[in-house]
Each structure stands twice: as C-alpha cells, then as structure tokens.
Design a protein around this ligand. Structure first.
Ligand SMILES: [Zn+2]
Ligand SMILES: [Zn+2]
Length: 266
C-alpha cells in the first residue's frame, strides 16, 4: 500500500522537537513515503509570546534547512510549509508570513483559546480543572471554525485537539463539529487526519472516527500528518490513519504545490 504524504512535521527550531529536516527526510524514505512537508510552528509578531516556536529572525534559516533536505534527498518530494496559530486579530501578521516565502501550503491550527491559554499545554493543564469541558470545547471549535473561514490556510490541523487530556464533555458536540466541517467544506480547505493523538493521553487519532465519518459524508477533503516532533515519528501510524479514512469512505486526499491543490487517489 502506498502511503499519502506526511504534511505535518516539526524541526528543532521550534525548541521542542529533535531531528534535522535531512534526518526526517531520510526516515520518510525508510518508511516508504514519497512525499513529505515541513510545517514547523510559525513565529509570532513578538518572540516572547511563548517559548515553543521559532523566532521571527529564524524563518530564513528554517527555509534553508528544508532546502538542504531537498538537496540531500532528491528522490523525495519535500514541501515547504508552516503550522500557523489562528488567533483573531493576527490576520495581518499571518498574511505577512504568507508573503515571505513560496510556501506550498499553510496549516491553520488552534492551540490558544485566549491569548494566554494553549489548551494542549501540559504546564497549563490545571486550567482545564477550573472550567467545564463543554465551555472549552465550544470556545475551541468556534475559533477553529473562524480559522477555516479566514481564507488564510489550505489545511486545518488536528481538529479535535481539545480531547488531548481526556476532558470530554457530557453534552453532544455534534453541532460544533458540523459548523466546523461546513466551514472547511465551504471554503474548499482540507481537514488534517493527525496521528499525533495516538501518542497523547487520548490515544486516538485527531479527529475522532465520528468526525471523520461526518466529514466523509459531507465530502470534506483530507490530508494526513504525523505531527512528528522526532525523527522516529515520521509517518507514524499512517496505515491506521489511511484505514480510518478508507473505512469512512474516503478514496482521495489532497496534495499542495505553491498553495495550489490537487486531488490524488488514496
Ligand atoms: Zn509542536
Ligand atoms: Zn499543532
């Protein structure tokens, strides 16, 4: 079985990943991938915003490292991308980043539901205990829907990241999922199937089978990502991710070149 591209991979520039792009590329070849894309955490306008992303001055270095990996592994198709946090009010900054380099795609993601709370941050887990899960999930999915409607991205990352620490709402989240998926479909974006969730407390691919099934019924395009923060994580659990997509009815996924999409057989 040929595997789809791994479009979500990090580098040491984000300060919480190991393995240089050339090492990740070598691993991709080893596990049988024909195409990958680097999508490291983009800089913020202020470098002191948090401590888990590259600084604004490192963007050129990042691009150079990806270029080095391309030269070292000419048989592998290597895309240049960024994972960009969507925060309302940061649209101009994201547009500025988009113009800096010839990106193949931009992944929009939501980690922050306020300026100060990244819901997936282990150091901020106590904040979950002060709030009802449904309130956090609602705020998260509303922001994710805004990201999909912003016109700034090609792909929306790890759609139910809010399940990471297993704070599940008792209420039905169906309407939240539907509004999000309608925004992805309506703006002709792709939803990411991200195997990183299997390595977290939730032990489940992002998003859940329920969301993948809804997305398939609605005809929402997909991409795949390992969210590799280490060399060994490249393409990890991709057979399982493809199986999840296929069992929901998917036969195709999306590829991107210079922010132009293409639909290819799975
Ligand atoms: Zn990360
Ligand atoms: Zn992320």
């Amino acid at each position: 079985m040929s595997l789809p591209p791994d479009y979500h991979m990090h580098t040491p520039l984000c300060r919480h990943a190991s393995g240089e792009p050339t090492d990740l590329a070598a691993q991709a070849i080893k596990v049988g991938l024909a195409e990958i894309g680097f999508s490291d955490h983009s800089p913020m306008p202020r470098d002191d915003f948090d401590d888990w992303r590259m600084r604004a001055s490192q963007l050129d270095e990042y691009v150079a490292k990806v270029e080095l990996a391309r030269r070292a592994h000419p048989t592998l198709l290597i895309r240049l991308a960024l994972e960009v946090d969507y925060i309302p009010g940061y649209e101009d900054w994201i547009r500025e980043l988009a113009g800096r380099h010839p990106w193949d795609y931009l992944i929009g993601s939501v980690h922050y539901i306020s300026e100060s709370w990244a819901i997936d941050s282990p150091s901020q887990i106590s904040k979950w205990k002060d709030r009802k899960p449904i309130e956090v999930w609602t705020a998260y999915f509303e922001r994710l829907t805004m990201a999909a409607e912003s016109g700034l991205f090609e792909i929306i990352a790890h759609p139910d990241l809010c399940k990471k620490f297993c704070f599940y709402p008792e209420e039905d989240c169906g309407p939240l999922f539907l509004r999000f998926l309608e925004a992805v479909k309506g703006n002709d974006l792709a939803m990411e199937i991200n195997t990183g969730g299997l390595r977290k407390d939730c032990r489940e691919i992002y998003p859940s089978p329920r969301i993948v099934q809804l997305a398939a019924q609605m005809g929402v395009p997909i991409t795949f990502g390992s969210d590799a923060h280490a060399t060994t994580e490249v393409g990890m659990n991709f057979a399982e991710a493809v199986q999840l997509a296929r069992s929901a009815g998917y036969t195709h996924s999306r590829q991107f070149t210079r922010r132009k999409r293409q639909t290819v057989a799975l």
